[in-house]
Design a protein around this ligand. Structure first.
Ligand code: DQA
Length: 143
């Protein structure tokens, strides 16, 4: 099984940005943790990040025919991007939406997710563990 993990803007700042909300684990540590988990589960994984909306659209489109699942944390674009929603719908690769923080209990603008309707599951507020749960969900759906 091949999974692409796609992270949006400011997730490269993990460990530095608002540690009381997003924790002290760095993006490099998150990437390592995901890769190690997937190695153990014999899942082929690619972990990517971009601060640019169009790049994220490209990353989703490239999944068509090449990946069996997508784990996506679009960061702030979650709450603004019709383009990401359309890209997920276009490829129709099973996708799980992940947020480190509990977005539904934060500011009102974070309670809107444009991509949610194109995802098979949403995981919020489980910290970086949410990525592992999302990967396991996709892997368990496959069998
Ligand atoms: C986030 C929540 C978003 O509202 C925010 O803009 C982020 C991170 C999360 O993982 O909790 O950048 O997606």
């Amino acid at each position: 099984m091949k999974i692409r993990v796609i992270n949006g803007p400011n997730l490269n700042m993990l460990g530095i940005r608002e540690p009381d909300i997003y924790g002290k684990v760095t993006y490099a540590d998150l990437k390592k943790m995901i890769e190690e988990h997937c190695r153990q589960r014999k899942i082929d994984v690619e972990v990517l990040q971009s601060n640019h909306e169009g790049d994220l659209v490209d990353m989703i489109q490239e999944c068509y025919g090449n990946f069996d699942g997508i784990v996506i944390n679009p960061g702030a674009y979650t709450h603004t991007s019709v383009a990401l929603l359309d890209a997920l719908k276009a490829v129709s690769v099973p996708a799980v939406e992940v947020h480190i923080s509990e977005v539904d209990k934060r500011e009102e603008f974070r309670q809107i997710s444009y991509i949610r309707s194109a995802c098979i599951k949403t995981i919020t507020g489980h910290g970086i563990q949410g990525y592992i749960e999302a990967i396991d969900h996709l892997a368990n759906c496959e069998v």
